[in-house]
Design a protein around this ligand. Structure first.
Ligand code: NAP
Length: 279
């Protein structure tokens, strides 16, 4: 029976530390969150970010823009926020409505305020091992591994999924910590076989039960990043959790695993930004 990697408890602890550290700064850290349109999932995420800011004692500003907002209007707002002294982090909730080029919007955010870590400058810094903001989800996964004393060094790591915000940066972080990393994706023919080689298996696909227990090496650490809904409408990950926890040595639950840590890392990045700007 696997150890349950409790991301919810760890996130609480991280946010308490962030709050304490924020109190020692000369100025309250500030996060601006932009949401465009009426995507209900985005609304939920933005609300939880506001709540996290409250918990950490941060200034939080929300810009809820209508669906018809143009790319130029959105970028003009970002430029304004880039220039504000009291704003340390700017986050534009994705996805954006059709007609707005997401890449152009992300590029407009000052890399020094890009607390989501999606700007090419921060992505590039990650790739070459320089300082920058780490994307919150893979950053949160690394914090979970560290908390539970799971060292990727010398381990066979398999990341399923290669998105820019999760899979790719996840693989780079594991590589930096001396894991031997394999990345799988939709064109990988022998997924099960590769997964079975993993000492650390990270699933970041977005398909219910794509990782079944027979794809897990006995004793492996399983990190389930995904947030799916099963046929009953219940939140679940990519991994067949009940069966997998009998095979794995440690596993993240969904909910209560990676999700809360992603949110906590956004707060940590905002604190880091505020501290850098103060120094
Ligand atoms: P994404 O951009 O849709 O990427 C999914 C990846 O899975 C792609 O690289 C895709 O391969 C790969 N894939 C699709 N079908 C596959 C298959 N049959 N076998 C192997 N690989 C397959 O998604 P994302 O943004 O990375 O998110 C992944 C999941 O994590 C989603 O469930 C999302 O909701 C969740 N998520 C959770 C958090 C959190 O805080 N917990 C944060 C972000 C995302 P191709 O590249 O070949 O298409």
């Amino acid at each position: 029976m696997a150890i349950i990697l409790d991301g919810k408890a760890l996130a609480k602890k991280c946010k308490e530390t962030v709050k304490k550290e924020a109190e020692s700064l000369k100025r309250t850290p500030g996060l601006a969150v932009i949401i465009v349109g009426n995507n209900p999932a985005s609304r939920v995420y933005v609300n939880s970010k506001r709540k996290d800011c409250e918990e950490c004692g941060f200034l939080s500003e929300e810009y809820a823009l209508p669906e018809e907002t143009t790319e130029a209007e959105l970028i003009a707002l970002i430029h304004e926020l880039n220039a504000r002294e009291d704003i340390d982090g700017i986050l534009c909730q994705l996805p954006l409505p059709k007609g707005i080029n997401e890449e152009a919007v992300l590029m407009a955010i000052d890399p020094e305020k890009d607390v989501d870590g999606f700007h090419p400058m921060n992505m590039g810094a990650l790739l070459i091992g320089k300082d920058g903001f780490l994307p919150c989800t893979p950053y949160g996964v690394m914090e979970i591994l560290d908390e539970y004393g799971i060292d990727p060094k010398g381990k066979q790591c398999v990341v399923v999924g290669r998105s820019n915000i999760v899979g790719k940066p996840m693989a780079i972080l594991l590589l930096q910590r001396h894991g031997t990393v394999t990345i799988c994706h939709s064109r990988t023919p022998n997924l099960a076989e590769i997964c079975r080689t993993a000492d650390i298996l990270v699933a970041a696909v977005g398909k219910v039960n794509i990782v079944t227990a027979d794809m897990i090496k006995p004793g492996a650490v399983v990190i389930d990043v995904a947030m799916n809904h099963n046929d009953a409408g219940k939140l679940c990950g990519d991994v067949d959790y009940e069966a997998a926890k009998e095979v794995a040595s440690a596993i993240t639950p969904v909910p209560g695993g990676v999700g809360p840590m992603t949110r906590a890392m956004l707060m940590k990045n905002t604190l880091l930004s505020a501290r850098k700007r103060q120094d």
